[in-house]
Design a protein around this ligand. Structure first.
Ligand SMILES: [Zn+2]
Length: 256
């Protein structure tokens, strides 16, 4: 009971700080508060540390290289993460944390694997965007726009592995789950994210800038039209699939 109360206060503090730093929108901060409180209440402090091993570097990396990202994105700052984005990245892990109360080993691994996938994907995106070389599509190996889902660079791939390891190392040091299954799950989830992002995700076209993007409105302010992909498969759905993949792979490797 004391753990729940202290956990709720700490989760509120982190969510509020992220809100004030414009890393989270108001509904995103509320979702992060709920996720954090459930994780502390069910998994304890070590699980909370695994959550932070995903969340803190991701929030910092999003702010890294702002000038270059701004020039790629136009004049706009990156939008604060919404509740849907928080749940797409943290929802599967939160359910696993609750399920771990019943069967701990596989669901603890799934919990860490889901965050490892979210972390690997975020690191790959935020660091890979800064690569000087033009990225290629993971499916066709042809050059595509920087920052689109499914674009890969050497730098981004190294960052993806580092992002998976960051969560896996914390999870194994605190005995939440073993290192290699969690790291492998994170990499598998991020790869799935890239493949689905390249192959199925809805892709929009900005007629003014003659380039592809993933939002109904381009950074330049021009409304975009659907060009290809599946309309309902947007970024959040892809992230949800990736974290689910991370959870399943980690659990499968642990019970094997
Ligand atoms: Zn445009």
């Amino acid at each position: 009971m004391i753990r729940l109360a202290v956990g709720a206060v700490l989760a509120a503090g982190v969510a509020l700080a992220a809100y004030r730093a414009r890393a989270l929108s108001l509904d995103g901060a509320i979702a992060a508060f709920v996720v954090g409180t459930i994780v502390v209440a069910t998994g304890g402090w070590s699980s909370a540390a695994v959550l932070l091993a995903f969340f803190l570097p991701s929030a910092l990396l999003t702010r890294m290289g702002r000038e270059r990202k701004r020039s790629l994105r136009g004049t706009h700052e990156p939008a604060p993460r919404t509740a849907w984005q928080v749940l797409a990245n943290g929802g599967v892990a939160t359910l696993c944390a609750v399920a771990a109360l019943g069967a701990s080993a596989p669901f603890n691994a799934a919990f860490a694997g889901a965050f490892a996938a979210a972390s690997a994907d975020t690191w790959a995106t935020e660091i890979g965007t800064l690569a000087r070389r033009r990225p290629v599509s993971i499916l066709t190996f042809r050059p595509i726009e920087t920052g689109l889902s499914g674009s890969v660079t050497l730098l981004g791939t190294c960052a993806m592995i580092a992002g998976a390891l960051c969560v896996a190392v914390v999870a194994s040091l605190l005995r939440v789950a073993p290192l290699l299954p969690v790291a492998a799950a994170g990499i598998a989830g991020a790869l799935l994210d890239s493949i689905v992002g390249a192959g199925l995700q809805a892709r929009q076209w900005c007629p003014r800038c003659s380039c592809e993007c993933e939002t109904p409105q381009h950074y330049c302010g021009t409304p975009t039209t659907m060009r290809r992909g599946v309309r309902w498969i947007q970024n959040d759905a892809v992230n949800l699939m990736a974290t689910l993949c991370g959870a399943i792979v980690a659990a499968a490797l642990v019970v094997r």
